[in-house]
Design a protein around this ligand. Structure first.
Ligand SMILES: [Zn+2]
Length: 256
């Protein structure tokens, strides 16, 4: 499923269907008439019939009755997706940074963004249901998510990445293809704001574990900037030297 937006609806209204009575496009129009024009079911049906009569050669109202009715029904369940703000907060980013691998961080960031976007655009059937507070990713399979995260790996590695994410407890996968993002939460401490789901991953920056500086080149071995890494190496060396001197001292003492 793609993201339906207002712009797309306006394009269809201007240019007609891309294929004969496209259901997807009928759905987009139904949503548009409902959400933008404030029409009810009856009015949407009239608008769709008018549109088809004008733009679709060979349109037959009787033959297309079922198709139009299901587009209207379907349009009740989903809001017209327009570009909205997706706010990623500090708590969520802190959770993401707990993952050691940068690839995993990027994947989780993408999943979180999609889940927050979908939640903001979905009309819950049952308003009191506990599920409404949860964050799900659906209509996006793992391959698509990897693409959005710009993580390019072999099929085998892909399975490992998903396994590691599940093991972290940060996501839960369901047999129906849904992912639940367990680290998502509502919090006002917003760090990153996304205005669309295009190029999500460009908004995710990897920072130095020690000083917080943004890293351009990320090493596979550590998550630090060059200066901090040098400093840490030096400290490690000094620690080892100290340990060694103490050992020698102890040995000398015991020999006396
Ligand atoms: Zn640093």
């Amino acid at each position: 499923m793609i993201f339906y937006d207002k712009k797309r609806a306006e394009e269809i209204l201007e240019n007609g269907f891309s294929s004969f009575m496209s259901f997807e496009e009928l759905f987009i129009l139904a949503k548009y008439f409902r959400d933008e024009e404030g029409e009810n079911d009856r009015e949407i049906k009239d608008s769709l019939n008018d549109f088809c009569a004008r733009y679709q050669s060979g349109f037959n109202e009787v033959l297309s009755r079922k198709k139009i009715a299901s587009a209207i029904r379907y349009s009740k369940k989903h809001k017209l997706r327009i570009n909205i703000e997706i706010n990623i907060n500090k708590k969520e980013l802190d959770s993401i940074k707990m993952l050691k691998s940068h690839n995993l961080q990027k994947i989780l960031f993408v999943m979180l963004s999609i889940a927050k976007y979908l939640k903001a655009n979905y009309i819950p059937k049952n308003k009191d249901k506990e599920d409404n507070n949860k964050y799900y990713v659906y209509s996006y399979n793992f391959i698509k998510i990897l693409k959005m995260a710009k993580v390019n790996v072999s099929k085998h590695k892909r399975k490992l990445l998903l396994y590691e994410l599940e093991q972290s407890g940060f996501i839960t996968t369901f047999p129906n293809g849904y992912f639940e993002v367990n680290i998502a939460c509502d919090d006002s401490d917003t760090i990153i704001t996304l205005n669309s789901l295009d190029d999500i991953i460009d908004h995710y920056v990897i920072t130095c574990d020690a000083c917080g500086k943004i890293l351009d080149n990320v090493s596979k071995m550590h998550c630090m900037c060059t200066e901090c890494y040098k400093k840490k190496r030096l400290e490690d060396v000094n620690k080892n030297v100290k340990k060694h001197t103490e050992k020698v001292k102890m040995l000398n003492n015991s020999m006396c």
